[in-house]
Design a protein. Structure first.
Length: 675
């Protein structure tokens, strides 16, 4: 008999929807939206409804521990028992530690599930106790935006997504909202019906841009220049809120000194938009109140990403857009939750002097024979590095090393798992309880398991509990059960928890994070939490950390003429759902008709896209939705979609963004020719 149960979407997406899951005979047969979370309000994306049942129960699901019996990357495995798998891992890792020390071991975890337990909890305790090298908490993506926000406003929440409904002007900047911030669309539509204007800034005429009053097809990586030009034009219009700036803004003069180098006429040439478009947007922004900016992930994936985000964050401060519901900047949602951090991860277990490696550098570190100590054991979990990391071919070479022992912990047989020596089957979030603090909205949620573990799979927490036991760690930190981990993850005493124990949060509703009983409004009921207590356009903290207290601009130089952008697909969340039968079409390469004509390329033809790092073969889609000089293809496709064993990550450079050492996917420069 079918029953409908409640859950929460754990995918790497800002929305964190509440779900209704139909279960028959312990099988997930359908996934829909639920109204438990008022923000997501019963709506979910097609990815989840189309692919989740196959993801949980399909042929690609990992059900048993496996041992590699073929070459690395070949994907040939034999089934083994949990006991044998844990024993093998223990013996091989102990051998590595005996020869090279514990820092020769590295966890390679990223953004698979966003539940606080499955994400990283018992796993971190295990690696901290082991003395493994630390993976920097700075992620491939997302970290740049977080650092830019925190540097400007501190750890305070920004405008909640639902307040967009109240805005009179909405600027969607670098945010392909229909594909990767679905619920923003509902609030944009409400606001538009009430007469709001919509402006979209994106190199591509993405779906949300089709309904915009103004679309600025900015060149990737030049957002900082565009934001500076808007600041200059606001100043020319007399639209700077001098009283607000004087009282609440630090670094106004130094910020404007940089900005004044880029008036609209100068910026237009750099950004690939017209000066008139910049002036129009500045005027609209000045005139509208409330006016809100909803930025997205697209902004950060370049070497000027942090500067672009900081300069954009400055605009509502300059124009006096804070202090009202529906104004300001949709951001900083992660700051809305009373997370404890240390109580969950237990950094006190880390031996002093343990080194930290950046995630982008992992492949290079594995291949570096001079690294002391070398990396000789790797645990890959919640991550598909060969598909996701910049310079894919380097990552393939790294994982193919026979002298590096690779443990994979995963739900499905991904392209990265094919390189593992031992694969441990992990539960999906439908098979264990977890708590969810979103990064794009401000409702806290909890979900119970809706089905038992599939096959012999185990929740990440239990896998690392068993590993800890096998390694002889029997202190209390490793005996904590999942409810205890939930209670460690969030501060129950914080007023936002309303006296609720995290592990006992009701699953049929979502807890709105409130400040004095209300949603946060910056300069209403919440204030910046920077060192100065002001909005910091000039940040000593960021200056000390990254060398420049102010936003900067460095153009990318390359012999390759075209900029390749690789935004999210509406079929996968990063690479999740990539291995499914229904999802194995090769993504197209979108190119402007003028660029195609200049190269003699025809609609539908297969083309090679290449640079110094790799070559990818894709079918060509000629469309004026993408601006001249830029080509576009979706990220996250698996090797089964590829004719030559490379996907778009093979073309992404490994240099780092100006903040948070983030990945610069959109700095890929390529050339395209007929195959
Ligand atoms: S991927 Fe995003 S939009 Fe889709 S169901 Fe999950 S949280 Fe919602």
């Amino acid at each position: 008999m079918a029953t409908v149960k409640r859950s929460v979407c754990p995918l790497d997406c800002p929305d964190t929807c509440s779900l209704s899951v139909t279960v028959e005979n312990d099988q997930v047969t359908a996934v829909r939206g639920s109204d438990a979370n008022p923000l997501t309000h019963g709506a979910v994306c097609a990815k989840v409804t189309n692919y989740y049942p196959e993801f949980v129960h399909g042929a690609n699901r990992l059900r048993h521990p496996l041992k590699r019996i073929g070459a690395k990357g070949e994907g040939k495995f034999a089934r083994i028992s949990w006991d044998e798998a844990l024993g093998l891992i223990h013996d091989r890792v102990r051998g590595v530690i005996a020869k090279h020390g514990p820092q020769a071991v590295l966890p390679l975890n990223y953004a698979g599930p966003h539940g606080m337990l499955a994400g990283d909890s018992m796993s971190l305790r295990f690696f901290h106790r082991l003395g493994a090298s630390l993976l920097s908490r700075r992620p491939l993506c997302g970290g740049v935006r977080g650092e830019a926000y925190a540097g400007t406003f501190g750890a305070t929440p920004g405008t909640p997504l639902q307040q967009v409904s109240l805005s009179k002007l909405i600027i969607v900047w670098g945010n392909n909202a229909t594909a990767c911030n679905l619920h923003l669309m509902r609030h944009i539509n409400v606001a538009k019906r009430a007469g709001a204007k919509l402006v979209v800034i994106d190199p591509k005429r993405v779906k949300v841009a089709e309904q915009a009053h103004l679309h600025l097809a900015v060149l990737p990586g030049t957002d900082v220049v565009l934001a500076w030009a808007l600041a200059v034009e606001l100043e020319r219009l007399g639209a700077i809120d001098q009283a607000f700036v004087q009282q609440h803004v630090l670094g106004f003069e130094s910020f404007m000194k940089s900005a004044r180098e880029y008036p609209p006429e100068v910026a237009a040439g750099i950004c690939g938009v017209t000066a008139e478009e910049i002036r129009t947007l500045a005027r609209w922004y000045h005139e509208a109140s409330p006016a809100v900016i909803a930025w997205g992930n697209g902004l950060e994936r370049n070497q000027n990403g942090g500067s672009g985000l900081r300069a954009i964050a400055a605009l509502p401060a300059l124009a006096g857009k804070f202090g009202v519901s529906g104004g300001g900047l949709v951001g900083g949602a992660g700051n809305a939750f009373p997370k404890t951090g240390d109580a969950l991860a237990r950094p006190d277990l880390v031996p002093p002097g343990t080194r930290t490696l950046n995630i982008i550098d992992v492949a290079g570190a594995i291949l570096d024979d001079k690294l002391d100590p070398p990396l000789k054991a790797l645990f890959i979990y919640n991550h598909n590095p060969v598909i996701v990391h910049p310079d894919q071919n380097r990552m393939k070479r790294a994982l193919a090393r026979e002298d590096v022992f690779v443990v994979g912990i995963e739900v499905a047989m991904t392209d990265s798992m094919a390189y593992a020596d031992v694969v441990l089957p992990a539960c999906t979030h439908f098979e264990h309880a977890d708590v969810y603090a979103a990064y794009g909205q401000q409702y806290l949620q909890r979900a119970d398991a809706v089905i038992p573990p599939v096959g012999e799979s185990l929740p990440n927490t239990e896998i690392f509990r068993r590993l800890a036991l096998r390694f002889g760690y029997d202190d209390a930190a490793f005996k904590a059960d999942d409810p205890a981990l939930m209670d460690a993850a969030l501060d129950r005493a914080d007023p936002r928890m309303k006296g609720l124990r995290p592990s006992e949060l009701p699953t049929d509703s979502a807890l709105r994070m409130e400040y004095g009983g209300e949603e946060p409004v910056l300069f209403g009921n919440v204030l910046p939490r920077t060192p100065s207590g002001k909005i910091e356009l000039e940040s000593a903290v960021l200056g000390a950390r990254y060398g420049s207290p102010l936003p900067t601009f460095r153009p990318v130089t390359s012999a390759f003429a075209l900029t390749l952008i690789t935004p999210a697909s509406d079929k996968r969340t990063t690479s999740t759902f990539g291995g499914l039968a229904a999802n194995d079409a090769t993504p197209a390469l979108e190119m402007h008709p003028d660029d195609a004509k200049a190269r003699g390329l025809l609609q539908g033809a297969w083309v090679k896209v290449w640079n110094d790092l790799g070559e990818v073969h894709l079918p060509l889609e000629i469309t004026d939705a993408i601006r001249r000089g830029v080509v576009c293809s979706e990220k996250g496709a698996w090797f089964k979609t590829s004719r030559n064993g490379q996907t778009v990550s093979a073309l992404a450079p490994t240099h780092k963004a100006d903040l948070s050492e983030g990945a610069c996917y959109n700095d890929a420069r390529v050339e395209v020719a007929a195959l």
